[in-house]
Design a protein around this ligand. Structure first.
Ligand SMILES: Cc1ncc(COP(=O)(O)O)c(C=O)c1O
Length: 359
């Protein structure tokens, strides 16, 4: 990418990842207006880009979570002071990385068993340090976490009794509900999931243990979580960038992320773009062409995307198209930089520091 600021994004070479800041600002505003007093902690596993986080910090957003240590390291390096690693950290090599983050930021990690607790405590005692931990509760996703109620209370009692460890609250992520389309079913299941989390909070509090934070939800369930009493914080990420799959369930947020692509071949009824699955994630389904409902992507190969074009005139060779991805987080992970645009013009180019990493 040339770095030619104020150029029209359509003059850029392709494939090129683009974030439309006008749309992103509206998504953020919609979220902030609906928070109902809850804290917004933004998930960096969707963004992966320090420049975008600095942009959000400039708008007053300072709490972030992430899935992996490499993401936490990027956040700490750019000055984020309040980081939740919403994941279990296993092994002394990783625990040492958490420990070194603490020179820059306040960091919390999740645990769901005694093994996690003892490993953190042993490390902390050996190196004269301490850790802030959240007990992760499985509120129906069937991934990490203790079951709600007594099993979580039992773990929390152990956390409170363990040397060099501070109990910082509960995390329960309702990942199984995020993309659910049936609204009635989703509403019911979401409130059940949050009730199991909040009831667990009350059980712990009734045992005399303070629960400083209860954090949950994502883009797909934010609307329900902000209504639930006993939840302090929501942790969505995709709402800022969005994709066509999430947009179906959450039309209040529009895709700000696109992959600019060029038409490189055409024949009757179809054309081919110069970006394929190495530039556009397809793990959640088929991407779409922005603003062109009659042009339907039907196949992504590594470096080509084939688009059926029967109801409208074929584009010319060299014409540009913006592809709305089917999974924004995974698409950010494929690119090394992203162009930030406003009113169709380039305003900045940001490296995506945490892309291509899984450590
Ligand atoms: C722990 C956790 N919280 C929240 C989210 C929500 O993220 P998003 O809003 O991008 O769906 C996720 C998504 O994977 C997650 O793993």
């Amino acid at each position: 990418m040339s770095g030619n600021q104020s150029a029209s994004v359509f003059e850029l070479d392709s494939p090129q990842l683009i974030i439309d800041l006008d749309i992103l600002d509206k998504n953020l505003e919609t979220m902030v207006n609906g928070l109902n007093g809850k804290n917004l902690r933004i998930h960096f596993k969707s963004l992966k880009c320090g420049g975008l986080v600095k942009y959000l910090m400039g708008k007053g957003h300072s709490s972030f979570l992430c899935a992996k240590l490499n993401e936490a390291e990027v956040l700490a390096d750019i000055g984020v002071k309040n980081i939740l690693i919403a994941n279990e950290i296993v092994g002394d090599l990783k625990i040492a990385r958490v420990d070194s983050l603490k020179t820059k930021s306040k960091v919390k990690v999740c645990i769901d068993c005694e093994e996690h607790l003892f490993a953190l405590s042993n490390f902390a005692q050996k190196f004269n340090t301490s850790f802030d931990v959240l007990a992760e509760v499985d509120i129906g996703m069937n991934r990490c976490g203790t079951f709600p109620g007594i099993p979580t209370l039992d773990l929390v009692k152990k956390i409170v009794a363990t040397k060099n460890i501070r109990f910082s609250g509960l995390q329960g992520y309702d990942g199984h509900l995020q993309l659910m389309l049936d609204r009635t079913e989703k509403t019911k299941k979401a409130f059940e999931a949050f009730a199991s989390l909040v009831n667990t909070r009350r059980l712990i509090e009734n045992d005399g243990i303070e629960v400083p934070l209860v954090t949950t939800a994502g883009t797909g369930t934010w609307e329900f979580a902000v209504q639930a009493e006993g939840i302090d914080e929501i942790q969505p990420g995709s709402f800022l960038l969005m994709d066509c799959i999430y947009n179906e369930v959450r039309p209040e947020f529009q895709p700000s992320l696109t992959v600019l692509s060029t038409v490189i071949s055409r024949r009757t009824g179809l054309y081919v773009l110069d970006a394929g699955s190495k530039a556009i994630s397809k793990d959640f389904g088929m991407p779409i062409i922005k603003g062109k409902p009659d042009e339907k992507i039907f196949k992504l190969a590594e470096e080509h995307t084939r688009v059926e074009c029967v109801g409208s005139p074929l584009p010319e060779i060299g014409d540009k198209r913006e592809v709305v991805t089917a999974h924004c987080c995974a698409t950010m992970n494929l690119h090394r930089s992203v162009v930030a645009s406003r009113s169709g013009k380039v305003v900045d180019v940001w490296p995506i520091e945490a892309s291509g990493r899984y450590d």
